[in-house]
Ligand binder design. Structure first.
Ligand code: NAD
Length: 475
């Protein structure tokens, strides 16, 4: 763990193992921290806050810029570590390292743009000045599916704003988190400004983060269930909260779209990170008249997606994170089959030969999906593409919006009016219009409803770490 500028063991001396999800190989052990360790980390961040928040935006920007440079220099080793620890194909890891580094560069720049305002007063002898200041100590909890970019998307803006931090990475991917902390140390981050507590059991750490009054903000990325619990606890302590949670993205193909182009897009997007992405399309709405052409292309594409170890040439889908994830995906497919769906590609676990020691599920297409099937209303988080046929384009937005989730949605159309109408009517935070990658460090990322509160990245990303202060000056 990293507390107050030093690499330390847990006070209990306990450690937990980290394994490769593709092979079961033991990659190392990490300290198994508890509430006491979290308390020490918060104390360090609290002590460091006055100093760090008093640095100039230019000094903080320089540290972030150096960290970006180091991340870029180390991108090959970071990508290899990610594939070993998280399982995604090396090309996807390389892309994530670049995406993760982008947040450091973006917020190195944004640090210098935290501005204030002069406001008009009704009194001639009064002036108002509104400024923005860092909120204080930030506690961050991050997931395993994007084990580097989900850290930098929080650390970039928090540090740029002048906050200090305590981070708990996911228990499945602490080695990636350690590598990012090493980069910040080499970039010259002062002692205590960033702290990391690793633990096999996240509950005591989460309880400490949300009950300690020295923590002024909780930022969480992960499942809706855990996010709801932590946000509730943090709110009762009046901590500020940002939570990036699960999704259940609709992917709407309109009758005027090119079904082949749309199916290629769906196949490319659905299997990213083995479907373990919060913005992964989970409901492919296809009009009856395009169903055959769309499904044919989708099936042909998915048949070519190769599952395997992320280091192997040509592999497009790595393992799932653990046995529970495989069981969840498997149960959704069993339920869909039992209720009449067809499974023209994939449909089951991969367990033989090279798959024997990993958590693999075959790239799968499910057709004939109906609203009574679990897959039509629950996040899958696996490599399964469910196709739902529809009749009336006037009703498809309502079908798409019929969920409590509100993270990402996708639309395929060649008509600009349809595109704008859908963009405005879909109740989701991120809409891809003929676009399967509507994300960037420069763009606000986040959801509505059960998908969370707040935005990360873009100009909005730093606002989450700033308080507004008003000065009234009588002359
Ligand atoms: P998870 O909620 O199980 O775990 C996320 C993090 O929370 C981990 O660090 C974990 O250790 C910690 N955690 C779990 N229980 C906790 C508790 N009781 N107290 C404190 N911390 C606790 O989620 P996951 O399985 O790691 O991630 C997958 C989920 O994350 C999916 O639902 C996905 O959609 C979502 N996700 C969302 C975004 C987004 O930006 N909206 C991005 C990536 C992932």
């Amino acid at each position: 763990m990293f507390i107050d500028g030093s690499w330390v063991e847990a006070a209990s001396g306990k450690r937990f193992p980290v394994t490769n999800p593709a092979t079961g190989e033991h990659l190392g052990d990490m300290p198994d921290g508890d509430a006491g360790d979290a308390d020490l980390a918060i104390a360090a961040a609290h002590r460091a806050f006055p100093g760090w928040s008093a640095t100039t935006a230019y000094e903080r920007s320089a540290v972030l810029y150096r960290a970006w440079q180091l991340m870029t220099e180390r991108s090959v080793e970071l990508a290899e570590l990610m594939t070993r620890e998280q399982g995604k194909p090396l090309k996807a890891s390389t892309f994530e390292v670049k995406y993760g580094a982008d947040f450091l560069l973006w917020f190195a720049e944004e640090a210098k743009r935290v501005e204030g305002h002069w406001l008009p007063s009704a009194r001639p002898d009064q002036r108002f000045l509104s400024i923005r200041q860092p909120v204080g100590v930030v506690a961050a909890v991050t997931p395993w599916n994007y084990p580097i970019s989900m850290l930098t998307r929080k650390m970039g803006p928090a540090l740029a704003a002048g906050c200090t931090m305590v981070l708990k990475p996911a228990e499945a991917t602490p080695l990636c988190a350690k590598a990012i902390f090493e980069i910040f140390v080499d970039a010259g981050i002062p002692d205590g400004v960033i702290n990391m507590v690793t633990a096999l059991d996240p509950v005591p750490i989460g309880d400490t983060f949300t009950s300690d009054s020295r923590v002024k903000k909780l930022t969480f990325t992960g499942s809706t269930a855990v996010g709801r619990k932590l946000a509730g606890a943090a709110a009762s302590n009046l901590q500020r909260v940002s939570v990036e949670l699960g999704g259940h993205a609709p992917f709407i193909v309109y009758p005027d779209a090119d079904p082949v182009h749309a199916a290629k897009g769906a196949a490319a997007l659905k299997f990213l990170n083995s479907g373990q992405a919060c913005i992964s399309p989970n409901r492919l709405y296809v009009p009856n008249e395009l169903l055959d052409a769309f499904t044919e292309t989708l099936i042909a594409r998915v048949q070519k997606v190769k599952a395997g170890n992320g280091f192997a040439e040509g592999v497009g889908v790595g393992p799932l994170v653990n046995e529970a994830a495989v069981a969840k995906v498997e149960n959704q497919v069993i339920d869909a089959r039992a209720k009449g769906a067809e499974v023209p590609v994939g449909g089951g676990r991969l367990t033989d030969g090279e798959f024997a020691d990993g958590h693999f599920f075959a790239p799968t297409v499910v057709t004939g999906v109906t609203t009574d099937m679990v897959i039509s209303h629950e996040e899958t988080f696996g490599p399964v593409a469910p196709v739902i046929a529809y009749d009336d384009p006037a009703e498809v937005i309502e079908l798409a919006n019929n969920t409590n989730y509100g993270l990402a949605a996708y639309v395929y159309t060649r008509d600009i009016s349809t595109a704008f109408r859908a963009f405005e009517a879909l109740r989701f935070g991120i809409i891809g219009i003929n676009d399967v990658n509507p994300t960037s460090a420069a763009a606000p990322f986040g959801g509505m409803g059960d998908s969370g509160l707040g935005r990360e990245g873009g100009h909005e990303g730093i606002d989450e770490y700033l308080e507004t202060k008003l000065g009234g000056f009588a002359l």
